[in-house]
Write a protein that binds this ligand. Sequence first.
Ligand code: LLP
Length: 425
Amino acid sequence: MQYLQYDRDDLVLENVPVRQLAEEYGTPLYVYSESQIRDNYRRMDEAFAGVPHRLCYAVKANSNPEILRLLAEMGAGADAVSIGEMHLSLQAGVAPENIVFAGVGKRDDEIEFAIQQNIRGLNVESEMELQVVADIAARLQRRARVSLRINPDIDIHGHPYISTGRHQDKFGIAMDVARRLITEYRDHPHVQLVGLHAHLGSQIAQILPYRKLGEVMYELASFTAQQGHRLEYIDVGGGLGVRYEPQGDERHFRHDWQGVNELAIEPKAVADALLASLRQLELPILFEPGRALVANAGLLLTRVLYLKETGGKRFVIVDAGMTELLRPSLYSAYHAIVPLQWREGEAIQADVVGPICESGDFLARDRRLPPLQRGDLLAVLTAGAYGFSLSSNYNARPRPAEVLVKDDQHRLIRARGRLEALWAG
Ligand code: LLP
């Protein structure tokens, strides 16, 4: 179900007119629909209902504490990639046994923290890291719970910056090395191999990579068992994509979102593809969705500052830019942009750009938009994942505020950054 729609001319999220939020809290502003997040979580959870499983939410997608808390309450674990994300997850109420910790560059203090908290698994990404984990565990007189992050060499045919499972990517351990480590680390006093992990990449829109991943993990898990390890789980990463682009013309948004904000594949189809092989292992499955749980729940609200034509181009200059939403600049990502109040009239074609002193600072290029005036409010859609979490203070801009909407209620879940805090650092 879609919680965003037009009521006559006004954009409404759940039961709150979005313009009211922009006026009350100011812009730029992130707003999220709680009901949408809850629906997303339930749908994903049901997809894996046939097997023991845990959804370990990829905290990096959106680490607002209130969003973490609401997902934790629904039963989510956490996929963390730093000591900061582990801290946030623990504070939000995620039990240590439901936290996994990935990342190619873990610092020693982060590894030590993970071992001491006895989290579900440290997803080790290289032979050298495994050695370091073993050394730290020995010093602490502990047995570290480790899962090997495999690089399965599967191409998701997506943007190279968010493909992580091809052999040329920096992530994970090659299969042959993994096999050797599995043999070498049998009965190790300070390393307990509890899981196998892989993450193919992000914004996946096809089933086939998941099917292949299931097969690869099944084979490796069987090998691992033959070597005498007792695996406790298989962690298949995240990556399920969301539709950002409309299938037709944005001018029709007022009546029909044309697929924007829907998942790129049915969660059930993803689960079935993975489980086709993995089911036979009878091990709990961890799935680490980030984007699929929060992207379509979030909007970035921004106000039109100026309209300008130069060099034969038309620009709509707004008060949000790459500091608030980096995805267009970093990946040439498309985000639909709609007015908070619809105005009839001839459509314009323009670049929507931010105030940042970079030519690469844009939210949309050559976009067809309804007629606009100074002061108009716009919503950038599908901004709940990798929006605020990729924001920065560049150009000494305080970070935007965040608001959570539920039915006809709304509340601030992160205050706007303060100018004084820029000075304090
Ligand atoms: N697990 C691991 C180990 C990951 O590295 C990631 C994302 C996920 C799970 C969650 O992936 P998701 O379900 O959200 O696709 N900033 C980029 C996305 C980077 C994803 C990094 N890793 C973007 O805005 O598209």
